[in-house]
Design a protein around this ligand. Structure first.
Ligand code: 3DU
Length: 205
């Protein structure tokens, strides 16, 4: 399980990870946390001994995208998430300075407007340059299809609980990790919520 730590401020972030770190395999940080706590929060979170994924969904021209990835990695991020729909030059440039997850498709309804129609091509691109892909838990069939393309790359899947996918549905479809945010950090008891989800996921392994 990967914790999507979309909380505001360092204090709350450290609190939530302190309560849940035993149950999680990695921490995903994104704009809400970085914009409120600063990039230095990555170094603070690394003290928990878990891999850090910088979810910046990088989507700029190659030299700027690569610079974002370089800075995130320099700050301590073990992985950076890049938008595959930007094309091969962007993903290749980023791959030279960071270990990547490539967004191949997304979990929200609007994904069907554009990105979903290209998800197989993007997964093929990821296979050349990335450690893994991001694929939607809300569409298990997409995970199955993309698994056939990416082979043994790591598939991480958001969209669980708060966005509607059932706990375990992405893993059952072939994902390696489920990404879970609000169902943990917005729960009155994040430690208990994380533990209950972990028990369900363990039952599938
Ligand atoms: O819905 P949740 O609160 O469990 O958070 C999901 C996280 O996954 C959140 O950080 C969001 O930025 C990320 N994500 C998606 O929700 C959907 C995607 O397709 C890709 C990433």
């Amino acid at each position: 399980m990967i914790l999507a730590l979309d909380v505001n401020g360092a204090k709350r972030a450290v609190e939530v990870v302190g309560e849940t770190s035993k149950c999680i395999d990695a921490i995903k940080v994104g704009y809400p946390l970085i914009l409120t706590a600063g990039l230095g929060i990555i170094a603070d979170l690394k003290k928990f001994g878990l891999p850090i994924i910088a979810d910046f969904k990088v989507a700029d021209v190659p030299h700027v995208s690569a610079e974002i990835c370089r800075l995130a990695t320099k700050a301590g991020a073990d992985f950076v998430i890049v938008q595959g729909i930007m094309g091969s030059d962007v993903v290749e440039a980023c791959s030279k300075v960071a270990t990547l997850f490539v967004v191949s498709d997304m979990s929200h309804p609007g994904a069907l407007d554009y990105i979903s129609g290209h998800n197989q091509e993007i997964a093929g691109l990821a296979k050349r340059f990335a450690e893994g892909i991001v694929a939607p838990a809300t569409r298990p069939q997409t995970i199955k299809t993309l698994r056939n393309i990416v082979g043994d790359l790591i598939i991480i899947s958001p969209g669980v609980k708060a966005q509607g996918a059932k706990v375990g549905s992405a893993i059952s479809a072939g994902a390696d990790f489920e990404i879970i945010g609000r169902a943990i950090y917005s729960s009155p008891d994040p430690a208990l919520a994380a533990e209950q989800i972990k028990i369900k996921l363990k039952g599938l392994i």
